[in-house]
Design a protein around this ligand. Structure first.
Ligand code: G6P
Length: 608
């Protein structure tokens, strides 16, 4: 979704802004722009194409002089993608330039008031009221104008503001949308996402809601919502630049798929000390855990699919009912939750608006909140009682792969850890899981080493109109993710169905030649899934069955098989999903799709 960058320093602002926006491209956007202050006026460049157009329009930034500037990638909400609607927006007197993430909920009232005052608007955005308000309240004191403007705004925002009267001051303000300050040498920076900062600095300050920062190349002043000076800690990011670069791969998605053995290993190792699972200084004490009688897992997209796997694993190990629900549904359902409910919020970005709102809802009702998050210091991580970080590093491709894989690992570890305390699983079962977990990275590597096999299979799928994924139990949960991966990047319609449910509707869509992928990792349900395979086969489906090594012999030439290494039945999702990430990638590649930035999708969805 929308992204913000800002620069105040001694070098070219445009260079940082353009490179920063390029790093934010992965979030999804449909227009972009920069404003740089030069000789007391703003030089602006905007595009409704890709950032590379901004590079071209400005001769890689060389045509835009000045060392104070702001930039933005816009994902349209209020008004279509157009040059008029793209940011930065200017005040009528062209003294203020503003970039904004979030939604100003009372903008139509403010806009009417400003029109009545004689202001003229050129865009359909909610954002444009902000520079006009700044102009209205500016009487020579920028801080006073910013404070008065922010007081008028309702809704969520992260703002970058510059003023033509103040050639060194970069202003940042945050309410509910993420914003981070980068503390550099001879420069200070602002970004909505650390990936735009890592190539310049690893020293960052996470702004809190209500805070406003005034930056110059040599100083950083931060004020809280009451206007008092805030004392903030500098955090050091442990992500390096290479993690935000393609490192020789054609796409971030393939790079991230290939990183999975390493990320899974890192995640495992951060919670496994000498064979013992430890979740650090977790506030979910033994005493609290013993009172938990229900677990709610809430998340969106692939994180929800990881939760779907988590339901099977946690119920099996803990014998506690687990409900997994989409955050957007959960938040408006009036769920039955109390202090004996554990709510697990899963989010790679830690910024997904619906997941954050669901978290707050559950917290209000007294539930203990445990977040499984990848981005350190993100809003969900901060709002939770406990955070278990995944160690995926920055994930750039919109379609998540390593984010999902590391979420699974944390859910397994949570299950084993809690089952040990509660005594709900037998010792042998827990030992078997503990012994198998460290083998998962090398088994993933084994699948990845045979990726050319999947590239061949992808040829059979590239022209399909519709593809069905079926499975039971954990296989069904993985089907959901396999289907989503394929449709989000290849734009081929696909559906995941619980194999046993097929005959209650979807089977009517099966025609001669329809591809059906049957996930058969759950050994104890093989015979059941096989019956469903026969049902679709009899109606002309082309079946590809995914099975663990040595497990299944179809004795049927018409059924193609795809093997993955055998593992513990509760851990199959970690291996079974890998071929389908690759399949989605190769089908999209074959069909010439924009793999890292699929149309209409955003990496981090910060609006509901
Ligand atoms: C977007 C992304 C998905 C992601 C979902 C949830 O839709 O495209 O890949 O799974 O958001 O994101 P989160 O950051 O909360 O895991």
């Amino acid at each position: 979704m929308c992204g913000i960058v800002g620069y105040t320093g001694k070098s070219s602002a445009a260079e940082f802004l353009l490179n920063g926006l390029e790093k934010l491209e992965y979030r999804g956007y449909d227009s972009a722009g920069i404003a740089v202050l030069h000789d007391k006026s703003f030089e602006i460049s905007k595009t409704i194409e890709r950032i590379e157009t901004l590079f071209a329009q400005t001769s890689n930034g060389n045509n835009i002089k000045g060392s104070l500037g702001i930039g933005h990638t816009r994902w349209a909400t209020h008004g279509a993608p157009s040059l008029e609607n793209s940011h930065p927006h200017l005040s009528n007197d062209r003294k203020f330039a503003v970039v904004h993430n979030g939604i100003i909920e009372n903008y139509s009232v403010l806009k009417q008031e400003l029109i009545d005052d004689g202001f003229q608007f050129t865009s359909e955005t909610d954002t444009e009221v902000i520079p006009m308000l700044l102009q209205k309240y500016y009487k020579g004191d920028i801080k006073a104008a910013v404070t008065a403007t922010l007081k008028k705004l309702e809704g969520s925002f992260a703002l970058g503001i510059i003023c033509a009267d103040s050639p060194e001051t970069l202003i940042a303000a945050k309410r509910f949308s993420p914003l981070i300050l980068g503390i550099g040498e001879n420069c200070n920076l602002v970004a909505s996402d650390v990936t735009a900062l890592v190539s310049h600095t690893k020293n960052v300050i996470y702004l809190e809601d209500g805070e406003t920062a005034f930056l110059t190349p040599a100083s950083v002043e931060i004020y809280d919502s009451e206007g008092a000076m805030a004392n903030k800690r500098i955090s050091v990011i442990d992500w390096d630049i290479s993690s935000a670069q393609k490192s020789g791969y054609d796409h971030f998605m393939m790079k991230e798929i290939m990183e999975q053995p390493d990320c899974v290993k890192k995640t495992l190792e951060s919670y496994n000390k000498n064979g013992e699972i430890t979740l650090g200084n977790i506030k979910l004490t033994e005493q609290k855990l013993k009172k938990i009688n229900k677990i709610e897992i809430v998340a969106c997209g692939s994180a929800y699919h990881a939760g779907a796997v988590g339901k099977y694993v946690l119920e099996e190990l803990l014998r506690i009912p687990v409900n997994v629900e989409l955050a957007s549904e959960f938040r408006y359902r009036n769920p039955i939750i109390d202090s004996n409910t554990l709510t697990v919020v899963i989010s790679q970005s830690g910024e997904t608006a619906d997941s954050l709102a669901a978290l707050k809802e559950a917290k209000k009702m007294g539930s203990h909140i445990l977040a499984v998050v990848n981005v350190v210091g993100s809003s969900i991580a901060k709002a939770a009682d406990d955070v278990l970080y995944t160690r995926a590093g920055p994930e750039i491709a919109v379609a998540t792969t390593k984010g999902y894989s590391t979420q699974l690992i944390v859910l397994y570890l949570l299950g084993i850890w809690a089952a040990n305390i509660l005594g709900t699983a037998n010792k042998e079962q827990l030992k078997a899981l503990n012994d198998e977990l460290p083998l998962i990275p090398q088994k993933i590597s084994k699948i990845l080493s045979q990726k050319s096999l999947i590239q061949d299979i992808a040829q059979d799928f590239a022209n399909a109109k519709s593809i069905f994924f079926i499975g039971r139990n954990i296989d069904y949960a993985v089907s959901l993710e396999a289907s989503l991966k394929l449709k989000e990047i290849s734009y081929i319609h696909s559906e995941a169905y619980a194999a046993g449910e097929l005959k209650h509707g979807t089977i009517s869509l099966i025609e001669d030649g329809t591809p059906v992928v049957a996930l058969c990792g759950c050994k104890r349900l093989h015979d059941k899934t096989l019956s469903n395979i026969k049902e679709v086969g009899a109606r002309g489906a082309r079946v590809l069955a995914c099975v663990a090594d040595r497990d299944f012999n179809f004795k049927d030439d018409k059924i193609k098989t795809l093997n993955f290494p055998a593992t513990n039945p509760l851990l199959i999702a970690s291996l079974e999903v890998i071929p389908f990430q690759l399949l989605a990638y190769y089908v999209a590649l074959q069909n010439g799709c924009d793999i890292d930035k699929p149309r209409n999708l955003a990496k981090s969805v910060t609006v509901e």
